[in-house]
Design a protein around this ligand. Structure first.
Ligand code: 6CS
Ligand code: FE
Length: 296
C-alpha cells in the first residue's frame, strides 16, 4: 500500500487558485538557541525575509568570489549539466550543486552562521535541497520573473510542506541598478496555485526562463497592491534569508557591474521530498536533492 502525502497546496491545474498558508513560518519554539535574536525571528515570521548586513567578512567574500571565478572558468564545469548558460551572451548564468562539487562552498553550508540560522528557522536538522551560484554578469544578464520557489519545489520536486528556507549571499555589491532581488513582504502567507500543466523536462527551460508556475498579471497586481515590493541592496557579504513561498523576482542586469551570489536552500529533514505533486517526472537530483543527509 503506497502512502500518499496530502497535497496541501494544489497548483498547475486548469486555473489559478489561492490557498492560505497552513504551515508555520518559523518552526522553532520561542527562545530556541541559535544566531538569530527573537526580534529577527519575529521579523522573519511577519515579512517572510530577513536581511543581514554582513553575514560573511570581506576576506571571506574574496575566497568565495575566487571559487566562483574558478568554477565558471573551468571548461568541465561549463560543459556539465549543472551549469546553465545565458541564452544571449553564452556566459555562465548559474552553476547548481556547488555544495557538492566545491569543498569551499561545502564549508559555507556547514558554517554555523549559515546552517545555524536555517536550523533555527526550520526548527529541526536540515539538508540542502538545492544550491547554486548565480553569476548575473553585467551587460544584459536576464533576471528571474516573479515566482514562488515553493510552488516549483512542491509541484516538481515533491516538497510537501512550507518548511524550507533560502539564503542568498551577495558575492558582489548589489546596487539598486544591477538586477537585485525583489520580494513582496508578507506574500509568503498566500499560496498562489498557477494555471497550466508542467511540461516534461520543464527544468531545461524553466531555469533560463520560467513558464509553468508563473502567476498571472492580475494575481501579481493584487499581491503587489497588498504587500508592496522591496528591493534588496547590500555590500558583498550581505545576505537575505527568505521563506520558500515569498513572491520574488529580479530584473535584468544591463549595468557593467555583475550581481553574483551564492544561493543555498535548506529543507527540514521532517519535510523530505516525495513524488512531484504536479509534474510528470522528478527533476534531476542536482536541482532537487534526494540525499536527505543532515548538514553536520
Ligand atoms: O526552479 C528552481 O528550483 C529555481 N528557480 C528559481 C527561479 N528560483 C528558485 C530555484 O533556484
Ligand atoms: Fe527563486
Amino acid at each position: 500500500m503506497t502512502t500518499t502525502v496530502a497535497d496541501l497546496y494544489p497548483t498547475r491545474g486548469s486555473s489559478e487558485t489561492v490557498t492560505p498558508r497552513v504551515d508555520p513560518v518559523v518552526w522553532s519554539e520561542p527562545g530556541a538557541p541559535g544566531p538569530m535574536r527573537p526580534s529577527e525571528l519575529s521579523d522573519f515570521d511577519r515579512d517572510g525575509f530577513l536581511a543581514i548586513e554582513e553575514l560573511i567578512t570581506p576576506d571571506e567574500v574574496a575566497v568565495y568570489r575566487a571559487e566562483l571565478d574558478r568554477l565558471i572558468s573551468d571548461p568541465g564545469v561549463r560543459a556539465d549539466e549543472r551549469s546553465i548558460i545565458e541564452p544571449k551572451s553564452q556566459d555562465v548564468r548559474s552553476v547548481f550543486e556547488v555544495h557538492r562539487i566545491s569543498e569551499v562552498f561545502a564549508n559555507l553550508v556547514r558554517d554555523p552562521r549559515v546552517v545555524g540560522r536555517a536550523r533555527q528557522i526550520l526548527g529541526s536538522d536540515v539538508y540542502v535541497h538545492q544550491s547554486r551560484i548565480n553569476v548575473k554578469p553585467g551587460f544584459g544578464a536576464s533576471g528571474f520573473y516573479w515566482h514562488s520557489d515553493f510552488e516549483t519545489w512542491h509541484a516538481e520536486d515533491g516538497l510537501p510542506n512550507m518548511r524550507t528556507v533560502s539564503v542568498s549571499i551577495a558575492l558582489t555589491e548589489n546596487y539598486d541598478t544591477n538586477g537585485g532581488l525583489m520580494i513582496m513582504p508578507g506574500s509568503h502567507r498566500t499560496f498562489l496555485g498557477c494555471a497550466g500543466a508542467t511540461p516534461k523536462d520543464n527544468y531545461k527551460k524553466s531555469l533560463q526562463m520560467q513558464d509553468a508556475g508563473t502567476p498571472s498579471d492580475e494575481a501579481l497586481t493584487k499581491l503587489a497592491d497588498a504587500h508592496g515590493i522591496k528591493l534588496f541592496t547590500g555590500k558583498a557579504g550581505s545576505a537575505t534569508w527568505f521563506d520558500c513561498n515569498c513572491m520574488h523576482g529580479s530584473g535584468d542586469n544591463i549595468t557593467p557591474y555583475p550581481r553574483s551570489n551564492v544561493f543555498i536552500v535548506f529543507n527540514s529533514v521532517e519535510n523530505t521530498a516525495v513524488e512531484p505533486f504536479a509534474a510528470p517526472v522528478r527533476r534531476p537530483e542536482f536541482i532537487g536533492a534526494r540525499d536527505f543527509t543532515p548538514v553536520r
